[in-house]
Ligand binder design. Structure first.
Ligand code: ZN
Ligand code: ZN
Length: 286
């Protein structure tokens, strides 16, 4: 085998096996140490960041650009809001003794699967409402679609209200139904893993996995500025379950064109201003 053959063989192996391998290692780590979900996710994210540099889906989407500063600012806001809302929701429900305890006694893998399905229903409905049914929600959610590329720092680029409703709609039902803490930690960790990796600008190719799992291959079509693709694939956690249930799953065979990412109603959106994007739902001060 000459060096040229080797040079082609390795990227193909990473394209095909890299994502299942990363997911498997992360899932095993989460199963063995569910309380260490955040450091495990950070480790996986840093690894993904390096793979993104070596095996990009689009080289034009790489690197630090004008939008990176805003992506970083929204990422910090999202992390603060998510932690605060998770803590607040848990405390409020514990204080109100509001657990219904309807969660069925299942083996852990089935309990996690059920939690992944239950926790993704509310975010799916709100996400779809943002795109198709409510202009107010769209003005909030448009923050996530403003960048004209899909890469790692897009993952947590969201309006604080969008970040808050995703936590409440995802975690709330699990707490209310009385799911056990191991199920909640592992399902939450898997949802977070997918919501980060499905924005990575990595040329992983796993079309069969994308039928069931919310991969980057699938989710980047949701960032299309062409409405026939942007208004599909609303799943934001690990599974594509509700997209199949409601007929919004879509995986075109062609390559996603680098210039097709962004807003389909972007002409008046204040894409360069943090304060105007934050205030956008209250006033159209673009
Ligand atoms: Zn969206
Ligand atoms: Zn996205």
């Amino acid at each position: 085998m000459d060096s040229n053959t080797n040079a082609k063989w390795f990227p193909v192996l990473v394209q095909r096996a890299g994502f299942p391998l990363l997911l498997g290692v992360y899932a095993i780590g989460l199963y063995l140490m569910p309380a260490l979900g955040v450091p495990l996710l950070l480790g996986a994210g840093v690894l993904g960041f390096f793979i993104e540099k070596r095996l990009p889906y689009h080289s034009r989407w790489q690197g630090i650009k004008d939008d990176s500063r805003l992506d970083g600012a929204f990422t910090v806001l999202t992390m603060i809001v998510s932690v605060a809302v998770k803590g607040g929701l848990t405390l409020v429900l514990a204080h109100l003794s509001f657990e219904l305890r309807f969660w069925p006694a299942l083996p852990l893998p089935l309990s996690i699967l059920l939690a992944l399905i239950v926790s993704s229903f509310g975010p799916y409905v709100l996400h779809r409402a943002s795109h198709e049914w409510s202009d107010v929600l769209w003005q909030i959610h448009a923050v996530h679609h403003a960048p004209e590329r899909v890469y790692s720092l897009n993952a947590m680029r969201a309006h604080p209200l969008n970040a808050a409703w995703n936590v409440i709609a995802g975690l709330g039902p699990l707490l209310l139904l009385g799911a056990d803490s191991q199920t909640i930690l592992i399902a939450g960790g898997l949802n977070n893993f997918f919501s980060i990796f499905n924005h990575m600008n990595i040329n992983f190719r796993n079309p069969l996995l994308s039928v069931l799992l919310n991969t980057a291959e699938l989710h980047r079509w949701h960032h299309s500025a062409r409405r026939e693709y942007g208004d599909s694939n609303y799943s934001s956690g690990a599974l594509t379950f509700w997209d199949h249930a409601f007929g919004t799953w879509k995986l075109p065979v062609q390559k996603f064109a680098w210039q097709d990412a962004g807003l389909y109603s972007g002409k008046t959106f204040p894409s360069q201003s943090l304060s105007r994007q934050l205030l956008r739902p209250l006033c159209r001060c673009a």
